[in-house]
Design a protein around this ligand. Structure first.
Ligand code: UDP
Ligand code: MG
Length: 317
């Protein structure tokens, strides 16, 4: 696979799109030029993630003039993770490049990705700098990565996103992970294989803001923390043990004081603080356990990751 000359290699580009009508044709032009420049044969799979702005019509238009284009349209918005999964499933290339549709992943880097793959890397990862990002977002991201790398079973790198090239066996590896809750950063890290990271200058989005709201991003972050470890549950046990110990010590102290100095009036403030504090803590831990059970619940349903409304993929694709 790796020994193939570029001209004998087949590339698949997977592009999740959600409300990208404004920029998609420009994206397609740019990307087509870069792909043609590599000398490899290629296909581009656009996955329309339930857009409401005419992205689908644009894709159909592009596909009618360009035979390398495959498209797939979801019945509603299922999220970028599902869109990537659909693209990977239908990819036929010896190597697959996953890329955003908003030109924030510079198409000029495609030759670089292919070249590094040619040197034997199964995952070639483009890592963005954080220049131009709002300071608060950068800070939050840093703190988050510190936290997640402390907890999670996989190692995540700040600035590393979904923009990468995957070899066929890496893609096949990813497709074997059937979980419903797909935290792709974690999944990419989980499969392993020889990886290389190179850096590129951050690019700001041109058409509108990020398609991620703060809430979506927060939930995504929480997903990451919970999907790849069960340490929070263990922390709950530790906290419980610690509190029990404190309670026992406190009880002994009260008994000793009562025995030596007579019975004291209890302090209501301490009592109320203890009740509410412990109640809050218990609710939090219950919520945490509930979160894991919720995940089990969703996984056991074995629902499909997405439903397809329209596509030009033929069964043999
Ligand atoms: N996207 C998607 N489904 C979603 C949200 C986003 O397919 O629900 C696509 C979007 O069209 C883009 C990529 O995922 O191609 C990254 O989205 P965006 O640029 O909004 O995210 P950011 O660059 O802020 O991470
Ligand atoms: Mg973007």
């Amino acid at each position: 696979m790796v020994d193939l000359p570029w001209s004998a290699m087949r590339l698949t580009l997977v592009v999740p799109c959600f409300n990208e009508a404004d920029g998609i044709s420009r994206f397609h032009e740019t990307v087509g030029r870069e792909l043609a420049g590599t000398g490899a044969s290629y296909e581009i799979i656009y996955v329309d993630d339930g857009s409401t702005d005419g992205t689908f019509d644009e894709l159909v238009k592009i596909a009618t003039v360009d035979p390398t284009v495959r498209y797939l349209s979801f019945s509603r918005n299922f999220g970028k993770e599902s869109a990537m999964l659909a693209g990977l499933r239908h990819s036929s290339g010896d190597a697959v490049i996953v890329m955003d549709a908003d030109l924030q992943h510079p198409p000029e880097l495609i030759p670089r990705l292919v070249e590094l793959h040619g040197r034997g890397f199964d995952q070639v990862i483009a890592r963005r700098t954080r220049s131009g990002d709002p300071a608060t977002r950068t800070l939050l991201a840093r703190a988050y990565y510190r936290l997640i790398n402390h907890w999670a079973d996989v190692e995540l790198v700040d600035g590393v996103g979904d923009f990468r090239l995957l070899s066929r066996r890496a893609v096949d590896g990813l497709l074997e992970l059937g979980e419903n809750n797909r935290f792709s950063k974690g999944l990419f890290a989980w499969i392993g294989f020889d990886s290389v990271i190179f850096e590129y200058e951050n690019v700001q989005r041109e058409n509108g803001g990020s398609r991620w709201s703060f809430r979506k991003l927060f939930e995504y972050g929480l997903d990451g923390l919970l999907s790849f470890n069960n340490k929070p549950l263990r922390v709950a046990i530790y906290i419980g043990m610690m509190l029990t110990l404190v309670a026992v010590v406190y009880a002994i102290w009260v008994i000793v004081v009562a025995a030596t100095q007579g019975v004291e009036m209890p302090g209501y403030v301490t009592l109320i603080a203890a009740i509410t504090g412990l109640g809050g803590l218990q609710m939090m831990m219950l919520g945490l356990i509930g979160e894991y059970i919720g995940r089990i619940y969703y996984e056991t349903k074995q629902r499909p990751h997405y439903l397809v409304k329209d596509t030009n993929l033929t069964p043999r694709d």
